[in-house]
Design a protein around this ligand. Structure first.
Ligand SMILES: Cc1cc2nc3c(=O)[nH]c(=O)nc-3n(C[C@H](O)[C@H](O)[C@H](O)COP(=O)(O)O)c2cc1C
Length: 177
């Protein structure tokens, strides 16, 4: 069934969850855009870790600038480009920053003995001027970014004519591409 014709976003959650679960899928590297304290845009690549209805999850270092940007201004966008499907998903969201509690503890238990654990134990915060004498952290500097989606702008590039839809929890609207 052509997902565009069903006019329901339900299939998208499974599609996004499959991307998140597949490290070989290039679409798993998404762009997260935030707004800094001067009102300027800040975009960077991050890995899409989980997807559920109207929620995307990203892991990060809680000392990173994106975390305090999102604490000050929780509006954000996640941009995904799926080269194979020729789909662009521009997901507007309100971000929730989770730095403690059972969810972070369970995740840390899962990754603490993996190579990825080192990312959350670096001596200094991401973006700081390098100090070669700084000591490694003993406590993981782990944060979960849960992006609660408010709107998805979905563009499909096709030879027969591009297609675009705006999806919100309230419904779906076809747009001029
Ligand atoms: C392919 C790729 C994947 C990345 N994945 C993540 C990620 O999942 N989480 C993260 O915090 N940073 C990730 N980074 C690093 C960020 O792009 C960024 O450099 C870092 O998080 C600092 O961002 P900030 O200074 O805006 O907070 C990734 C970078 C690349 C190139």
């Amino acid at each position: 069934m052509d997902p565009f014709l069903t006019a329901k976003p339900d299939f998208l959650w499974e599609y996004l969850a499959d991307i998140a679960a597949d490290p070989s899928n290039p679409a798993r590297v998404v762009t997260l855009a935030t707004i800094d304290s001067e009102g300027l845009p800040q975009a960077r690549s991050v890995i899409l870790r989980e997807a559920a209805p109207w929620a995307l999850t990203i892991y990060t270092d809680k000392r990173s600038p994106k975390v305090w940007q999102l604490k000050q201004q929780h509006r954000a966008q996640v941009l995904l480009w799926d080269r194979e499907k020729r789909w662009q998903l521009r997901c507007s969201a309100k971000a929730e920053v989770i730095t403690e509690g059972p969810e972070t503890e369970q995740l840390w238990e899962r990754i603490k003995d993996t190579h990825a654990a080192q990312d959350y134990l670096t001596p200094q915060a991401p973006g700081e001027v390098l100090d070669i004498n700084a000591l490694a952290q003993e406590v993981p500097q782990f944060a979960i970014l849960r992006l609660h989606l408010t709107e998805i702008d979905w563009l499909e590039l096709r030879r027969e004519g591009h297609r675009r839809q705006r999806l919100t929890p309230e419904g779906v609207q076809a747009l001029v591409p």
